[in-house]
Design a protein around this ligand. Structure first.
Ligand code: ATP
Ligand code: MG
Length: 563
């Protein structure tokens, strides 16, 4: 796909203006800050493309990959590694700019001490329930905690002892001292540190038993890394005053600018790590990389390319408007990319045997087939032709149901793609009346030529039975059968909307022999069937359907089998 100039958006316009005004000496620095508590999904891809895309397009701009790892209860090294792999696979490189918020624990602790010294933070002994009760509501102001007026000395002592592990989980917190009557609930003395003893952190081990909260950690991590534009999703808009309050109160040398944009919501799926975790843990899917998952790992295994995902991110753009993107938009990007780049092959998903009675048994020939109908540069391959073939069951009916049916019928003719015209002379059935074989004749004069005196309208795909390789083919469909499974507005749970037919397994399809050597992940168009890719499962030939074809074949059929 040709790299087009990326579309501008309101964030790029803000950055343009900041650069023009000489803010941050014209420097642009962004970051992508995942929490390693699950695998990345297509929503994260939007954020990755936005942040790393800016770093690609502005002179000397940078984008950090920063793990926002302040909650060891849910975070794991497995997720750290998976996230790195996914960002790389999408085509982005953070170079040396890999960071962990946990690298700043010591500095963050010092900032907290500074807040205490400035009388802007205090140790509070309220229980979580009391804190909630004192917090007030959107319509009622909160009440001050009885611990709010503790002296600086007492606060410093208690905070040091929190760190030393003297107090039980939940018994104390360090809180910012802002305004319990603020109309913004986030400013009603939010927690800065909480106690979580006995947890093993994947980066810091057991050296800490107090952990900083997201809002405090995030703005200071941004500041420490010299981030200029901190891009996050809209739910953080109400947190921006707190982001700014920490930086202003601590009088930090630089002050990154937080800008919010709308999350990607995609029809017929869920984009929330919590819900995706549930699908994995309940065994609804085979794992994080199940090809039905909207995770980057799932999309990769499904055969979706990084180029298609980047194109999708570009087409949906970046705005502040809440929206639900049609699955068709993603599917179009996937198709456009595969249509351009996937070599064509033939694979028969529901094999029905054809015997060419006038083709000598000991003969075989290798016919030339183009790997791509429009791109000569993709070359040609040789495909074997012999007396016994497989065609798809759907390509034969004893009697045509209507005039539109251009495939093979008893007594009728059809063209075999890249090969000859055949005529069906006899239909063999088993005792149950099932069709098990077609006896046909081929017309030797029709290789690359129209037959004399008659027009053949249909073209079907086939493989030589002797040369074909059997393979398992997995036909995937949408994972949910409701456009907004987690917001169905009828009180149902998203799991209730899982599509029971999202996976159909064909145990033995028959494929062109060359596919035996396909690399894991390699993408193909199985002509007339769709786009497929080789599953990474070792020692076995398995193909996943990435996506169905647009109905291009109908057009080709209409044109009498000629492109
Ligand atoms: P989830 O709710 O799925 O856990 P999250 O926002 O908690 O998502 P993080 O790991 O904190 O996940 O996200 C890393 C970055 O990706 C954040 O900047 C976040 O705003 C962004 N992001 C997450 N989900 C989406 C989405 N659906 N659309 C756009 N950006 C997203
Ligand atoms: Mg999060």
């Amino acid at each position: 796909m040709p790299e087009e100039k990326k579309k501008s958006n309101f964030i790029r316009q803000i950055i343009d203006a900041d650069v023009a005004a000489g803010r941050n000496d014209g420097r642009v620095a962004t970051r992508f800050p995942p929490e390693p508590n699950g695998y990345l999904h297509i929503g994260h891809a939007k954020s990755i493309c936005l942040n790393f895309g800016i770093a690609e397009d502005y002179p000397n701009a940078t984008c950090n990959l920063r793990f926002d790892d302040t909650n060891p209860a849910k975070e794991e090294q497995e997720f750290v590694e998976a996230i790195k792999q996914d960002v790389h696979w999408l085509g982005y490189d953070w170079g040396e700019r890999l960071f962990f918020a946990s690298d700043y624990f010591e500095q963050l602790y010092d900032f907290a001490v500074q807040l205490i010294e400035k009388k802007k933070a205090y140790v509070c002994d309220q229980s979580p329930e009391e804190m909630r009760e004192y917090r007030g509501t959107l319509t009622e102001p909160g009440r001050d905690s009885p611990y709010r007026e503790r002296s600086v000395e007492e606060n410093l002592d208690l905070f040091a002892r929190m760190r030393a592990g003297e107090f039980a989980d939940g018994s104390r917190t360090l809180r910012a001292r802002i305004d319990m009557a603020s109309p913004n609930l986030n400013l009603r003395d939010p927690a800065i540190y909480r106690i979580r003893r006995g947890l093993k952190h994947h980066q810091t081990g057991e050296s800490w038993c107090i952990f900083p909260m997201y809002d405090f950690t995030h703005c200071l991590s941004d500041m420490l890394e010299g981030i200029t534009h901190s891009l996050c999703t809209l739910e953080f808009e109400d947190h921006r005053p707190l982001y700014d309050w920490y930086l202003d109160t601590l009088e930090t040398p630089c002050h990154p600018r937080q800008i919010e944009f709308s999350r990607l919501n995609l029809e017929y799926t869920v984009v929330s790590k919590r819900k995706l975790t549930q699908l994995v843990e309940q065994g609804v899917v085979a794992g994080w990389d199940d090809p039905r998952m909207p995770t980057i790992a799932g999309l990769r295994r499904r055969g979706v390319t990084p180029a298609a995902i980047r194109e999708f991110a570009d087409r949906i753009g970046v705005t502040k408007a809440d929206n639900l993107v049609e699955m068709g938009q993603l599917e179009n990007c996937i198709r456009d990319d595969l249509n351009q780049n996937a070599p064509r092959v033939m694979g028969v998903l529901q094999p029905l045997k054809v015997t060419l009675e006038n083709y000598p048994e000991d003969q075989e020939e290798w016919l030339e087939a183009a790997n791509h109908p429009q791109r000569e540069s993709m070359g040609k391959r040789q495909i074997p032709f012999a007396r016994e073939l497989w065609i798809d069951r759907d390509d034969f009916l004893e009697v045509a149901p209507n005039k539109k049916f251009k495939r093979l019928v008893a007594g009728g003719e059809v063209r075999l793609r890249n090969a000859y015209v055949i005529r069906c002379d006899e239909v063999i059935k088993n005792a149950d009346g099932e069709i098990v074989e077609l006896r046909c004749h081929y017309d030797e004069a029709t290789l690359g030529a129209n037959p004399e005196g008659r027009k053949i309208k249909g073209v079907i795909h086939w493989v030589s039975a002797r040369h074909a390789v059997p393979a398992e083919v997995r036909l995937y469909d949408r994972l949910f059968n409701h456009p907004t499974p987690d917001n169905a507005r009828d009180g149902s749970d998203f799991i209730d909307h899982v599509n029971p037919d999202s996976l159909r397994i064909i145990e033995q399809a028959m494929l062109e022999s060359g596919l035996a050597d396909a690399e894991p992940g390699a993408a193909f168009q199985f002509e007339r069937e769709g786009y497929f890719c080789r599953d990474p499962e070792p020692d076995r030939l398995v193909f996943n359907r990435t996506i169905t074809l647009r109905d291009t074949w109908a057009r080709i059929e209409k044109a009498g089998g000629k492109k």
